[in-house]
Design a protein. Sequence first.
Length: 278
Amino acid sequence: MGNNVSSFHESVTYRATLGQVSVPLGLRSVGHATLPPGYRFGPRRTTFVHVIWTVRGSGQVSLGGVRHVVGRDMVLVCPPAASHCLATWGERMWEYHWCTLDGALSTLLLSALSLPSEAFAAGPCPEAMFLELAETLRDPSPEGERQAGVAAYAFLSHLGGLASVRPEFAGRGRARVLLSRADAAGELDVNVKSLADAAGLSRSSVHRVFRQELGVTPKRYLDSLRLQTAMSLLRETDMPVAAVAAATGFANANYFAKFFRRKVGQTPSGFRAERHQP
């Protein structure tokens, strides 16, 4: 589960009939959470759609083993049945609004509305909209459930519109390009210069974007992604250490071993051996 739980805060409104839904699209729950630095929750599997919209700070969500960083003003739509884990990212708290949806149409609408499977920049979180969604859950009658479903459809349609018109290389679209390129750092030799070139920004602008969106420097972000990917490969595969180094963007295996030991306190081989003990 998580740590620093004393600083964790969450408010949730649930549907009265949480275990069942009688409409094609149901609004299951609506909430607001503030997670402290270092907090982690999961992994868990769900049977509903989970939408996360960041207000400030940033978080990391792993869906089926794929990492997504959800920075300020970004949205991530998590499909049902995906094993996911939530954690704060960087040294700031992560504040976000969220809602969950179920019903036969919930998954179909993700495709019909062309909602992306990765986090996308959507602008400031419409907190009033989430409050309105929560208010619809206060009516437990069948008509109230139907109205909540209508509100849920309007919300998904709103997200679909934001996802379809966002620019790729202007304003926050540039930040999204940077983040998507940085997420590939576990497999590619990505550096600050290549990130800047990808989005048409100066290196100083890259640093500013990472500070604003994630609260960390680009180097720290990239190093952390590489380290997490390396640890996963060492735990879950039999790849030689040199191959793990190359797969995580280290051209020199000796430098990778020194980097890994400095961060983890063990050599890559020692880390693997300890994790493989019965």
